[in-house]
Design a protein around this ligand. Sequence first.
Ligand code: UDP
Ligand code: MG
Length: 309
Amino acid sequence: MDLSVVIPAFNEEENLQPLLAELRSVLAGMGKTYEIIVVDDGSTDGTFTVLRRLKKDEKALAAIRHRKNFGQTAALATGFSHAQGNLVVVIDADMQNDPRDIPRLIEKLSEGYDVVSGWRYQRKDPLLKILVSRLANGFRRLLTAEKIHDSGCSLKVYKKECLENLPLYGETHRFIPLLLAWKGFKVGELKVNHRPRKSGKTKYGIVRLLKGFLDLITVKFWVQYSTRPMHLFGSMGLLSFFLGLFLGIYLAAMKLLYGIPLANRPLLLLSILLIVLGVQLFALGLLADILIKMYFHNEGDNQRIEIII
Ligand code: UDP
Ligand code: MG
């Protein structure tokens, strides 16, 4: 199998038939073997009924239904674990992405990328949403070493090996390029067409977009410290410990040299607090490090290898 197209769909009954028609005409012209995997993420409308009907004249279609709505990240994870193709394309079910961009994305892979992400440079969404998304993308680029413009664009093409052992939980699908860059995969981007949503409703209001900021912090922590928590907790602990220690020495010196009494000074409490906190943070870091070494020392060892000759 050359190509798997993975489509997460939550309440998209009106969009699936026209999307599949568009997809089919693009895929037929590419001369590749393909499958189309639609993951119905617990829709409450007729999405799965439509899929049953479409399946009758589309042998390449596989429809998977979640028991309930688990979210777009979970839908992608399900799609990925069923994908057989050497390349995996993700596209939204709502017709906002344009299937005609797929061949260009695949072509771009040959420039040496492992994943090529779409960039909705002329995005057709409400202005406020575009602004929040710009802000979030800006923060990500500031905080992390991964610099593509539009990490949240669903339309992407991946080499199969990118998707093994990818930690997909919560709403982390927006950070897949970041996670992949962290694992040493090469991430590229390409300007793609974007269209307004004609049928169905968006699932992401402003509140959910804001939650993306929090996810960014989680992912940033994960990427940077998950294999070495001691670096974070240990340095915070040492800082706190020595601050407290110096305060204590200063107070003791004041007492010994000038006879300034210690008992009524708030600084003494702060000094003790900082020392205790420092020891605890240090111990926490040590513990986290030991746990990680015990449980995860073998994880992904083979994934680091690009080539053996
Ligand atoms: N989606 C999903 N589960 C969810 C929310 C969304 O599978 O809980 C799908 C949805 O059907 C669509 C894609 O994820 O195909 C992107 O969602 P949407 O178009 O609402 O996001 P937007 O384009 O407005 O950011
Ligand atoms: Mg959409």
